[in-house]
Design a protein around this ligand. Structure first.
Ligand SMILES: *Cc1c(COP(=O)(O)O)cnc(C)c1O
Length: 393
């Protein structure tokens, strides 16, 4: 990909977004032009073609997470899916209670809706994590109250790649009769997921983290044992069983389906390949001292490596590396401000440590040669920056 443009840096920012796989794009294209129909038009072939593409994508997604196709609601992405799940449940279960449980290391697309509800008078328990990024299941159980309506815990963290124990969380939620939502934006197609075996009631996903297009995602909403009630957040033509109105974006939906299909086919081999690339990178960085791995060493996404480089400024490091590699630091540029990552802070890292972190996100089109090049450049740049700091002192 892009090898004809030698000046392009190596892309290692796959937690931010992924390129659309050419095989996915190919499936999408006819739905922009030839088969452009509205999936809701039931009186002619244009509508039927569009409807068939949507049905196929729905079936692919359902098979990937072990639900039924009617339990898939298409949205514009994981942000919208999270908003629909969290606000939709909160509004629909007012008679049960107003208490929600989530985690400090969640993506802002979960934290912000939760804080919004808090502003409306809901009570929120945000669980902390241990130094490796995992929640404490006993603390979760203790947080559950008779008026708790939802537990929202992400499947895989977008910064440190940590995989939360979904199966155990699902079991606890079921035992206490509380709904369980998971933001699986980083997890779908990367690790096996099974909403039945794991007792998951709602799951958010998005195409652009799994080699599909941006602007499309889905929310899985359980229909049996229990049947989850959801208040729609978008009102209009009654699409998606009334839960998400708006004309379906058929090319994007076809792309989402194809992206998930490919990721599921290649899940095991790709996980093994990315794990070995990650181990290669981590090994090659060991010539540097004062490194700290952020997140759990084993219980993490195959393609994720997040490291604090002691005594180095992450922004300076990124600038020093940007000709060679495109990646992210441990700082979040939320608005104009550069703040230390709330995830790294939750692990107990200091502001300084968080600012000295890099997130390496390996993906489908990365090679061992690229990892070699990146490792050499990182080692070189860190050593230069450390030497400069010494000289100034
Ligand atoms: C990317 C991401 C989101 C947002 O998804 P969009 O489809 O871009 O709205 C939400 N949660 C996590 C964990 C993510 O990584």
């Amino acid at each position: 990909m892009g090898s004809s443009l030698p000046s392009r840096p190596i892309y290692l920012d796959h937690h931010a977004t992924t390129p659309t796989d050419p095989r996915v794009l190919e499936v999408m294209l006819p739905y922009f032009t030839h088969a452009f129909g509205n999936a809701a038009s039931s009186s002619h072939v244009y509508g039927w073609e569009a409807e068939a593409a949507v049905t196929q994508a729905r079936e692919t997604l359902a098979a990937a997470i072990n639900c039924s196709p009617e339990e898939i609601i298409f949205t514009s992405g994981a942000t919208e899916a999270n908003n629909l799940a969290i606000k939709g449940v909160a509004e629909a279960y007012l008679s049960k209670g107003r208490h929600l449980i989530s985690v400090t290391t969640e993506h802002n697309a979960v934290l912000d809706p939760v804080h919004y509800l808090q502003g409306l008078g809901f009570e929120v328990t945000l669980l902390g994590v241990d130094s490796q990024g995992l929640i404490d299941l006993r603390a979760l159980e203790q947080a559950i109250r008779p008026d708790t309506v939802l537990i929202s815990v992400m499947a895989a963290n977008n910064e440190i790649g940590v995989l939360q124990p979904l199966t155990q969380i699902g079991a606890l939620a079921k035992q206490h009769n509380v709904l369980f939502h998971t933001d699986a934006a980083q997890a779908v197609g990367k690790i096996p997921l099974d909403v039945q075996a794991q007792n998951i009631d709602l799951m958010s996903l998005t195409a652009h983290k799994v080699y599909g297009p941006k602007g499309i995602g889905a929310l899985y909403v359980r229909r049996r044992d229990p049947r989850v009630k959801l208040a729609p957040q978008m009102h209009g033509g009654g699409h998606e069983r009334g839960l998400r109105s708006g004309t379906l974006f058929v090319p994007q939906i076809a792309g989402l389906g194809k992206a998930v299909e490919l990721a599921m086919l290649e899940l095991e081999s790709e996980a093994a390949r990315l794990t070995s690339l990650r181990e290669q990178l981590w090994q090659q960085l060991q010539v540097l001292d004062d490194l700290k791995l952020n997140g759990h060493p084993g219980q993490r996404l195959p393609g994720n490596l997040n490291v604090c480089f002691g005594g180095v400024d992450g922004e300076a490091l990124l600038i020093g590396l940007r000709q060679v590699v495109a990646l992210s630091s441990g700082s979040a540029c939320t608005s104009a401000e550069v703040a230390p990552s709330h995830v790294l802070k939750a692990l107990g890292r200091t502001d300084q440590e968080a600012h000295a972190a890099l997130r390496f996100g390996l993906g489908r089109f990365n090679t061992t040669e690229e990892v070699d090049q990146v490792a050499v450049a990182v080692v070189d740049t860190v050593q230069k920056l450390r030497k400069m700091a010494m000289t100034w002192r």
